[in-house]
Design a protein around this ligand. Sequence first.
Ligand SMILES: [Zn+2]
Length: 563
Amino acid sequence: MLSGMKKSSTSARSTSRCRPRAAATSRKKPADELDSAGVSSPHPQSAMDTIPVSTGIRNGGNDREGDIRVRENGAAIVPSHQDLHRELRTTMPPMIRSALVCVFLLAAAASTVAQPDSGPKPLRVRALDMLHEALRSQGSYAILSRLVKHAPKRLSGSPGGAAAVEWAHQEMTTLGLENIRLEEVTVPRWVRGEICDIRAAAGGAEHVLAACALGGSVGTPKGGLEARVIEVKSFGQLRALREKAKGAIIFFNRPFDVTLRNTFMGYSRAVNQRSSGAVEAAKVGGIAAIVRSVTSAPDDAPHTGAMRYDDGIEKVPTAAISVVAANRLAALLARHGGEVSVRFRQDCATLPPVKSANVVGDIVGREKPEEIVLIGAHLDGWDLAQGAQDDGAGVSHCLEAARLILKSGRKPRRTVRVVLYANEENGLGGGRAYAAQHASELENHVLAIETDAGAGPPRSFGVSGGQKLVDALEHVSGLLRRYDLGQVVQGGGGADISTLRPAGVPLMGLRPADHRYFDVHHSAKDTIDRVHPRELALGAAALGMVALAVADAEKGLPRSPAR
Ligand SMILES: [Zn+2]
């Protein structure tokens, strides 16, 4: 029947203003097929899209797919009886015309049953709505803009951190989330101070090295430190120095391995110099540690990040220097036979802990409100810039995903909970507090998803829970693949939600394209102008689709054994 109608559409009497006819005879490629092919389709002004919808008609034993226009609420738009008669009158003999009209009306009725006005929309229709809304509105970029304007430097415990908590509460309220609350977290209070000055002296010349204090470090004595510098690339090499290291400033210079395809792998193989360099230096009698920035960018921006001290080991000051500065210092050491001294002065300090909060809000499930799909990101960020990628992007992903779910139709079966964590960067206090405060309901957490890997376009969602979990999420993978937004793969999670693992909660992490992330991570370059609105929107839409698909599924997910 549809082919007959398409034939009639070639009639010279056809008019483009007749929407039903044009819809039923549309020969353009369905919008979601265009999306799945990776070609951007402009959002239609009419808020309608042509999507393939089953007519329910059997033809030669096979279900037929017909292009039916769909309203924003998911209801199919079909030609009226009168429209059809008018159309066919021009081309068909009366008997054939009547038969075709009957068949068509049956088909229209079947389509309407599949897409009732008042009933639920199919998941893929809601997903497509969410994708288009995310790209059209660029709501995620608007959220990020408001965050970096209101709380550009929001290290936990700082005034900026408090401003971010207040902002997040207000955003959730505006969004229409339920049960919005601040859940108390005690956080460290570290202040950077005004000075981080590192200069290398060799051959009678002095070289200023671009540097920043590492988060949690003690300051130097007021007048600074001065000592010969020793370069190492591993803790093993440092320990082998034995007595030679005593009284020296230890320079950790193992580069970020940029040959690795996965930049997170490159990061993880270098970051122990930053986190443990001061402790390892102190163990061999070193008086300070300076660390090559853990970054993929070969430029002159120093990158900060957390470090830790161990009980019983002297606390020596530590700072990062830029990659350019590290290369310069290494070249000086090579040129001067290791006879290079460094002057190091910084005035950072740790003050007594303060109270902060995780900010939590729900879309309460319509059937199983006690079962929870958690989507989370960390609200805190380092103080050198806006934290637009780390983790402003994740915050905007979560809030926008919740907005998209609410806008796309009725509430899911289960509760979708947004958690914006405090203190991921320098303590993980928010993640620990959530796990402790919600211990009694963790058995009802169906899935926890974290987004803390930047604002790039989504590539995949990684899960920790084995192949069984990946298989159980095949319907989610299918949805993501349909719109070229990646798929569910093994291996993933996030720092904040890692505290839920002992309770057996399945964990998932959004993995955006990561090539640029560590160029800006924890540095003054992490600003909103490096975020692409469209890429950010795709991440939010993908997160919303995954959360909705899991929260609205009939069945839950396999859990890991609790530990
Ligand atoms: Zn982060």
